[in-house]
Structures are given as structure tokens and as C-alpha cells.
Design a protein around this ligand. Structure first.
Ligand code: PMP
Length: 425
């Protein structure tokens, strides 16, 4: 006999699940309580009173800022602002519809043409968010018959896209192309298609994918190659065109160039650049394109203006490179652990446990430097770090002072038993 309740026999009331009972809620509250008990201030959600570039203002105080990814200083550039204002005057704030139906504006086309030219490929498609781009592109191009092999450090958004697609998934050890090849030997021919996903510059570690080797493997094993350029556009290569320019690799040997508009192009949104056929598939079948509003025209115009700034002033890229290398060299000289960073846009300083990273971030803010801790689960436990975003607009003086202060305050925390002695119990 079927014991399930029917509409007639169901109880009159049944409690609705409470969000407060979710393990996620409990864990976050525990962390907040631990912070309150130990009187360690929360470094997250700090309020900035101005547009944060190489400097910012927090609690009415001007501080050096190493926590924004405005790599080339475009976010406060008058030429970029002027183009955004013009676009708002003409098109308003929103595209007010999906591009497919009534949301298409000239700035979308202009931006896609600029991005395709920047990568030296046939076409590009822009989406309303970088995160969404990875989710919808991977979710659209792959299915349960496919396999994704990815670097173990790829961004959460790519993992979400892989999950959505239902494809099988394997990862290779970070930047270890020999391990990738072992997996390719095992799996080639066993799936409908294989996609390999890497990042140009890794967002937490600041090292660069071995693109020449990946392209060589692609030719031998016949897989699609996808490179997330979020932290590489405007950073790598003399003209800031990214990882392919850095290595002098033919950009058409990468099937899917993906990136975000929120970093070098000081806007919001994401993009894919590649063949015309890829763009056709995505514009015709990616849910995150078809069923989502078009990128606000002003944000598209701002991104176009930022790309023009990149083309007109390549010295910004050279300054960023000098600053990144200076930061890395000084940090190493000071005995700081910069992990795998190659000194481009991202330089982490590894400090060990999460508590120490949080304390160091707070101590640095008190000393006039804003930099954020990256803690578990964003990185493995024991590998907590401060992540310094370097920009072309930082002065050498700011960099010197920041490295000196970081070494000094970290040294004090270590002597102080990792910050535990001074917790007011
Ligand atoms: N990919 C990488 C490698 C990222 O670091 C990020 C975010 N920082 C994204 C994708 C998502 O981009 P957005 O923040 O512009 O949505």
C-alpha cells in the first residue's frame, strides 16, 4: 500500500525549512562569533568612500590600495568617463532587454570587434558578468558525453560551468603539463570531446600557464583549449594583449579565449573571443546570453574606451610590468614567501594560517595600506595569504613602503606566536 500522504491525508501544517539551520549559515555565524570573541576585526566588506585605484579612502583616511584589479588605472581616467557619460546620455542606464530581442546597441558590436582585434581572432561575444561567462559558456558547449580536464587552481566560475554542463571532470596538478599529458593519454578517444581549461595568469598565485606546451599538446591530442585571461589582458605582452602575445603563440591555436571586463577594462561583464562559428553558437544557444539582459551600453562603451587607452598608451603596461617585478624582487629580498608569483599583476604573500592573514591585513590597514587576506576555502588550509594586486599607477615609493611594512608587521606577528599571544581573552 502507498503510505505517501495524499492531499486529503496530509497534515494541516508542516514546518518550512529555516535558512538558520543550513550548515553554511552556522559556519559563517561561528566565524563571526570567533572574530568577536578574539576581537579581531573583520577585513571583509571594508567600505571605500571613493573609486579605489592605487589609492583609496577608508573611514575618511587616504590609504595605499593593493586590493583592486584596476590594473592600468582606466577606472578613473577622464577619457573613459567621458565615453561612459556620452553613452548614458544617448542610451540610458540599461539595455532594457536581451540583445536578441531589443537590447542590441552599437557599443556591443564595437566592444566585440575591439576584443576580437585584440586577440587576433574572428569574433567575440560579451556577457553581463565574467562569472556568468564561464558558467554559461561551459554549460553550453559541453554535455555529459564530454570530459573537462582543468588545472587544479582554476576559478570557481569555471568549476560552476563544468558542473552545470554535466561533463566528466578531471584535474591536473597546477601548471604540470606532464600530468595533463598522462590524463590525455588515458582519456583521448573515450569521450565525445575533451576540453582543457587553464588561466593565463592564475588569480591566487600570479604565475603564468605554459601556453606553448599546451598548444603543442592540443595539436597532438586534438582537444579544445580554453584560457581564462581575467588577470592577463592588459598585463602580459608588450601591447597588453595577453598570454598569446607574451609567448608569441598564434592566438587561433586557442579555441576559447575567455576574460572579464572588470579588471584592465575597468567595467563589468565578461567575454569570449575565438572563431566566428564559436560566436554564432554562443549567441544562438548560451542561456546566459539569450535569456539575460544585454550588457549596459555605458559599460560596453567604458570597456571600449579602456581598450583604446591600452592601445594608445602601452607605457601603462610597461609601468605595470616594472611595478610588478619591483614588488616581487623587494618582497623576496625581504624574505617574504611570494609562492609561485612571476611578478605580473598578482603577487601573493603566503603567511600560513587564516587567522594570521586576517591579523596582518588589519595591521597593514592601520599602517595605511589596504590589502585583503585570502583564506580557506578560497585557498587550501595552511596556504592563507595576502593578495597584492599591482597596478601601473602605484608609485615605486608606495611599493617600497608596502613591502617594508608587510615584512615588519608579519615579523612582529610571528614573534608574537602568530598573533595568538595578544588576543584579548
Ligand atoms: N575568472 C577569473 C580567473 C577571475 O579571477 C574572476 C573574478 N575575479 C572571474 C573569472 C569572474 O569575473 P568577474 O568578477 O568579472 O565576474
Amino acid at each position: 500500500m502507498d503510505a505517501r500522504p495524499t492531499a486529503a491525508t496530509a497534515p494541516a501544517e508542516r514546518p518550512v525549512p529555516r535558512f538558520e539551520d543550513l550548515p553554511e549559515y552556522r559556519q559563517i555565524r561561528m566565524q563571526e562569533l570567533a572574530g568577536e570573541l578574539t576581537q579581531i576585526g573583520n577585513p571583509f566588506y571594508r567600505m571605500h568612500d571613493v573609486g579605489a585605484g592605487a589609492q583609496t579612502e577608508i573611514d575618511g583616511r587616504r590609504v595605499a590600495n593593493f586590493a583592486s584589479y584596476d590594473y592600468l588605472g582606466a577606472n578613473q581616467h577622464p577619457a573613459v568617463h567621458a565615453r561612459v557619460r556620452e553613452a548614458i546620455d544617448r542610451y540610458g542606464i540599461s539595455a532594457s532587454a536581451s540583445r536578441l530581442v531589443a537590447g542590441e546597441r552599437p557599443a556591443h558590436r564595437e566592444l566585440e570587434e575591439s576584443l576580437a582585434a585584440c586577440y587576433g581572432v574572428e569574433a567575440a561575444v560579451v556577457f553581463v558578468s565574467g562569472y556568468l561567462t564561464n558558467v554559461t559558456v561551459l554549460g553550453t558547449l559541453l554535455g555529459p558525453e564530454d570530459l573537462v580536464i582543468h588545472d587544479e587552481f582554476i576559478h570557481n566560475s569555471a568549476l560552476a560551468g563544468i558542473k552545470l554542463s554535466g561533463a566528466a571532470r578531471r584535474f591536473f596538478r597546477h601548471n604540470d603539463t606532464a600530468h595533463l599529458e598522462e590524463l590525455l593519454v588515458d582519456f583521448t578517444g573515450k569521450f565525445r570531446r575533451i576540453l582543457v581549461v587553464v588561466e593565463g595568469i592564475y588569480s591566487m598565485d600570479g604565475d603564468v600557464a605554459d601556453l606553448p606546451r599546451l598548444v603543442d599538446l592540443r595539436a597532438r591530442y586534438g582537444f579544445w583549449l580554453m584560457v581564462d585571461e581575467a588577470h592577463a589582458l592588459g598585463v602580459l605582452g608588450a601591447g597588453g594583449h595577453g598570454t598569446h602575445e607574451h609567448f608569441g603563440v598564434d592566438p587561433t591555436k586557442v579555441d576559447i579565449w575567455m576574460g572579464t571586463l572588470s579588471k584592465t577594462t575597468s567595467s563589468c561583464g565578461g567575454y569570449v573571443a575565438g572563431s566566428a562559428a564559436l560566436a554564432t553558437v554562443l549567441k544562438g544557444s548560451a542561456g546566459g546570453f539569450i535569456y539575460s539582459v544585454g550588457l549596459p551600453p555605458a559599460l560596453a562603451a567604458g570597456a571600449v574606451a579602456s581598450l583604446e587607452l591600452l592601445a594608445a598608451e602601452p607605457d601603462r603596461v610597461a609601468r605595470l610590468r616594472r611595478n610588478g617585478h619591483l614588488f616581487l624582487d623587494l618582497a623576496r629580498e625581504a624574505g617574504l614567501d611570494t609562492g609561485l608569483s612571476e611578478g605580473h599583476s598578482v603577487v601573493p604573500v603566503l603567511v600560513g594560517d587564516s587567522l594570521r592573514a586576517v591579523r596582518l591585513s588589519n595591521d597593514l590597514l592601520a599602517a595605511g595600506i589596504n590589502v585583503l587576506p585570502i583564506i580557506h576555502p578560497a585557498v587550501p588550509e595552511g596556504q592563507a595569504r595576502l593578495r597584492f594586486f599591482i597596478t601601473s599607477e602605484h608609485t615605486q615609493e608606495q611599493i617600497r613602503e608596502t613591502v617594508e611594512k608587510t615584512a615588519e608587521l608579519l615579523g612582529a606577528l610571528v614573534r608574537d606566536n602568530f598573533g595568538l599571544n595578544s588576543i584579548d581573552r
